[in-house]
Unconditional design. Sequence first.
Length: 527
Amino acid sequence: MRAMRIDGVPASPGYAEGPLFELDRPPVAYRRKASPAGEEAALKAAIGKAVRRLTSLTDAADADAAGILEFHIAMLQDDALSGPAIAAIGSGEPADAAWRQALDAEIAGYEASDQDYFRARAADLRDIRDQVLRALSEDSEDAAPPGAILYGTDIPPTRFLETDWSKGGGIALKAGSTASHVAMLARSRGVPMVVGLGDLADKPAGVALLDAEHGGIVLSPSPAEIEAFHQSSSSFAVQQGKAQTFLIQPAVTKAGTPVRVRVNIAYPSDVDGIDIATCDGVGLMRTEFLFGKALPDEETQYHAYRRVLEWAGEKPVTIRTVDAGGDKPVPGFTVEETNPFLGLRGIRLSLARRDIFRVQIRALLRAAIHGNLKVMFPMIATAEEYSQAAALFAEEQAALAARGVAHRLPPLGIMVEVPSVAIAPEAFANVAFFSIGSNDLTQYVMAAARDNGAVAPLNSVHHPAVLRLIASVAAFGREKGIPVSLCGDAGGDPAAIPALLEAGLRDLSVAPPQLATAKAAIADVSV
Ligand code: PEP
Ligand code: MG
């Protein structure tokens, strides 16, 4: 077969060489067994498989994620959970239907509870139900071989997170977008990713070459193409190596202007392997991924925040309160909406579910004594939202003080990612700082969804309308003495850095693998 190169858009730079693994294959249907004994054995084997899978995830997880996984394992190993399903199998039900009915009944019970804690646990049960159903029906080919290039329409964040990337591999998407959350995760873990490849008519077996530096994939490569690919990937590695010389230096432009460069993280374990001397602290810790599949309790959150604060020492750590919703659904917390990016997302959801928000606030107040914490609110559109969120901090602070619990009130700032704030920042002259979320600001200004590849060319931070808003927020901050930073993905993009510095920004936050290249790009700017 002749070699075929298909062009797409680079979403996370790098090179990968491996077999294509199709993400969009239809789920394999469960095949009924010959007898109830066979059905019971199949169910027990599937539960065992789900437990082994969770155990192996636990080994690689940080302490907080491990806590959630261990809770799932304990539930799966509890005979009380499988008992009703085994009884139904005894009355002639196949294993998959018996398990689904038993778990659905259990889930309905949790959902009907008048206590938040139990309602939140319904999400865990749904997860457990689906893991066993998946184990029941999957064939042994469901797992991608190590080093494979995952190919499909899109890839959910959970699939990304459960894939072992230590053996290489990459992501090639028919659709997708460079601004999606999974693209952000790929950049932060250094996984090569290309989006917008369209349908690959032929998907030959054998090795494919993913060029996520320029954006493309080569199928059935000739020896000459493989050779050229190896050359490009080694010169990419050399280029990255050169940028490394900037890593340990403070960032300064050609004109000698200092720029602060911080990191964006999503899990406490993301800081493992980052030398704090190479960055100016954490510009954004997204907390919604901690909320992943189950709502984390106060202790889990406290330990997660404390770990990052202790790692950073005196350097600032900006933790964002949960920004669930949009393309980041959290079972048991977010709601089904027809247009989730314009719906109950970020601070709107937190203010609507104060019981859940207060748990996070207490964890943040307690963690604040362990370092230089700042807290910011996502998706702020009005000054009232900020005041309400700040009032909840004050209330929880008073309650902790009354109980004699050690805590500190951190400076409270806001994300500037809704155009109303960028256009009229004067309503926010009382906030401690602004952090521009260029991902959302761009999608809302350009009316181009960040996760929709079909409108990706419109979703550009380079558009004068977006840059003008960024420049005006930077100018407002300078005038009022309010620090302004940027934590959207544009901050780590060498092609966007000159425009951001020209717009007046001097404080960027980037995915950890982008620290060196961002500093190298800053050194090339003449402001
Ligand atoms: C942003 O919108 O730019 C941002 C940093 O937040 P998130 O990507 O998590 O929505
Ligand atoms: Mg955002």
